[in-house]
Design a binder for this molecule. Sequence first.
Ligand SMILES: Cc1ncc(C[n+]2csc(CCOP(=O)(O)OP(=O)(O)O)c2C)c(N)n1
Ligand SMILES: [Mg+2]
Length: 296
Amino acid sequence: MEINNLMNPQNNLAPGKNFEEKILWIRKKSYYNRRNSLSCVKWGGSGHMGGAMSCAEILAVLYFWVARHKPEDPNWENRDRIILSKGHASPMLYAALSSAGYFPEEELRTFRQINGRLQGHPEYGTPGVEVPSGSLGLGVSAAFGISLGVKYRKTDEKIFAVIGDGELQEGQCWEVIMAAGVKKPGNFFLILDYNQIQQDGFVKNSLPLEPIEDKFISFGWRVLRCNGHDVYELINSFSKAFNGDNRPVVIIADTHKGFGVSYMKDEPKWHGTSPPNDEMYQLALDELKKKEEALI
Ligand SMILES: Cc1ncc(C[n+]2csc(CCOP(=O)(O)OP(=O)(O)O)c2C)c(N)n1
Ligand SMILES: [Mg+2]
């Protein structure tokens, strides 16, 4: 596998004169995208906020640093594939895609509208969406299929799948984990948004995943771990991930559901609920803006 320390981004999307400026831009963009995804849910009248907020930095790092892709040419054959398997977090996916230039930001106003391109769960036809997802376990399965296709084609695209910890309770995920550990496609990267919460409550109270690292290792995977809200740590993990052998890699990203908005943080009730009134919506927007501006 190529040696790549990821000191430089794999695409030209993050502006800045040097490493530090580009990183700061991505950190700020994560908060900007949080505001946009909150607005999506407000405009659409419904949607999943908690899990959107937890994957802001993960998606920003993928789209603005780690992946080779061209928003102006979404079907570029040699693009790396980014698949949001936890498709209910679509507001953050759409915020990231619009920030990257896949479609105009104004289109976010059409979230969840009939015949619009930004459905509650990602679908074919939206620029930047590789496969439909939302039925938990399906996105990661499609991602693994694509990674095998790339392996047999002998090209060097990388496949990234972002999954949730509740999603990982689906048996279908473990078929993928088992098969990938055996097939070792050398291009398959799973990022686990480990926010500890699924739909109705804490993952540990329904079907605990621990010891999660040992489980992946026993299935033949390399395991990396980082703070999923720290852009430096995420980039560093991808850097290590790219400098391994052919084993599949999981980056366990420790995150918080609802991260960025105090009243949503680590609270299961915000999994699929939008702020109930204008006051709470504005409160969340203001806090996110403040946090974005405070970043230096
Ligand atoms: C096969 C399937 N079963 C159930 C659901 C309903 N559902 C939607 S989101 C969710 C919880 C997902 O939790 P997690 O993967 O941890 O997502 P996050 O915390 O990142 O939002 C469930 C059970 C679904 N979408 N698909
Ligand atoms: Mg979760």
